[in-house]
Design a protein around this ligand. Sequence first.
Ligand code: CP3
Length: 357
Amino acid sequence: METHLQPTDLKNDTLLRALAREPTAYTPVWLMRQAGRYLPEYNATRARAGSFLKLAKSPALATEVALQPLERYPLDAAILFSDILTVPDAMGLGLYFAEGEGPRFERPLRDEAAIARLAVPDPALELRYVLDAVRETRRALAGRVPLIGFSGSPYTLACYMIEGSGSNDWRHVKQMRGARPDLLHRILDVNARSVTDYLNAQIEAGAQVVMLFDTWGGSLNTADYEEFSLAYMRQVLAALRPAPSIVFTKDGGAWLESIAASGCSAVGLDWTVDPREARRRIGGKVALQGNLDPAVLTTPDANVREQARRVLDAFGTAPGHIFNLGHGISPQARPDAVAALVDEVRAYSKKLRTGHG
Ligand code: CP3
């Protein structure tokens, strides 16, 4: 039986308080991709599973790796171990990982007939393994910290679905936007409904916060970002069950006001955004998450600590900051650097609040 703990049953609700822009004793911290290849224990479990996809599709192993970073570091949140590309995989596009080359789809979406056939998956069927992982992770956490569920944004999923892999220029996506914007809108509409059902199913299964990863929205011009990415995230956010939500558009610094007005509880910032400016522009309306450059975690501890203090100084002590990286942690991060980071965020943010900073 799954346990339905209330947020108040959490032993550490610092993240939820910061998302609600309530005062906290220190700045909560978690790291995008906190379970991953920089951790030797992750690599060991992945080897046991046989591949990344087998790992992600096993609820027991996904639970194990989601908890690994929490065993090492006093983080303030766990994130579901999965991938954004589970949704297009459930739509039948055939996700696979070519060794060392990142994600690929066997059947990228290029022709009108395939796009017309595209359908919203039922999360309880095609994505059941993800919901099982949410339930099992939530149970294993036993109220230690909140569990974050997530999805790719409709536009970011469309990028991979059309291109069939990652890309520097998203040529096929932009060709479709120019030649057949109706087809792109059709894909985005199916994606938005899929993402809504998927996140609502995660919330029902026990996710206490949800995050939209809009990794590629920032590759669009301003008008296209509004029309092809933000409009569909707004649609998702408007239909979510009650839960705090975080929207992260990588390279979205130019559009902070409109992202903040999308209906989310918090806006994720990459490291190109000046936190002081973000606070001035939107800090009164939503919480902010970010924004240390992940490359800092490959440098000596003293620099990690100094850069962490700079980020904390820049956000200031007003409520509503969640410390994170400005993008996912890299496989080259040193585990000891992560320990130094989490320790410094806790200690220095406490000190700032008591006025001894
Ligand atoms: O944060 C967490 O710990 C949860 C797990 C998580 C993964 N992917 C696991 C993963 C999350 C939140 C994601 C999101 C994701 N996946 C995004 C959005 C965030 C971002 O980084 O921009 C994107 C674009 C993807 C698609 C994807 N999945 C790519 C591009 C890759 C290859 C990346 C690489 O570094 O090789 C993946 C694979 C992937 N997803 C790995 C992990 C831990 C590495 C796979 C492995 O173990 O071999």
